[in-house]
Design a protein around this ligand. Structure first.
Ligand code: SF4
Length: 150
């Protein structure tokens, strides 16, 4: 998840526990390294392999895949995450909507819903290169922030 780069450890509490902040919504949470995970793989201060990756995402050779080292204590944003190409945040940084399917949006924000129907959907229906950047620009002009997962 590319938004993992917004999760930053703030204080080592010992015993594999860390106080962290999710910069996207300000949530402060206690992350606990999953039992049996390699603590050495999570050296404090070591940058993730890709700066866009979450520092808690690590390759586990035994399983042959990348896994979340703090799965049971991951932040709310991660727990509520559903596969999407785009998430919209309001001016205060709160989650305002999430794209679903090819053209849909889940939101309770009426203004955002109107903008989506009248200005964003027509762009999506044309499906051409650069569409997502065009959408980002439109929403940012209306005061929203946009996270693209592409
Ligand atoms: S689920 Fe885990 S690895 Fe993925 S972004 Fe959240 S904390 Fe990071």
């Amino acid at each position: 998840m590319s938004f993992g780069r917004y999760i930053s450890p703030e204080r080592d509490l010992g015993g594999g526990r860390m106080q962290c902040r999710n910069q996207l919504d300000g949530e402060i949470f206690i992350a606990a390294i999953e039992e049996g995970r390699d603590l050495f793989a999570l050296e404090r201060g070591r940058p993730p392999r890709n700066p866009r990756w979450c520092r808690f995402l690590h390759y586990t050779p035994a399983e042959g895949m990348y896994t979340c080292m703090i799965y049971r204590t991951r932040p709310r944003f991660c727990r509520e995450y559903r596969c999407t190409r785009l998430v919209v945040m309001d001016g205060a940084g709160n989650k305002a909507g999430k794209m679903v399917g090819k053209t849909g949006l889940v939101t309770e924000d009426e203004q955002l819903s109107r903008i989506w129907e009248m200005q964003v959907k027509p762009i999506l229906l044309k499906e051409r290169d650069g569409s997502m950047e065009e959408i980002r620009k439109k929403l940012e002009e209306a005061g929203y922030q946009v996270l693209l997962y592409e």
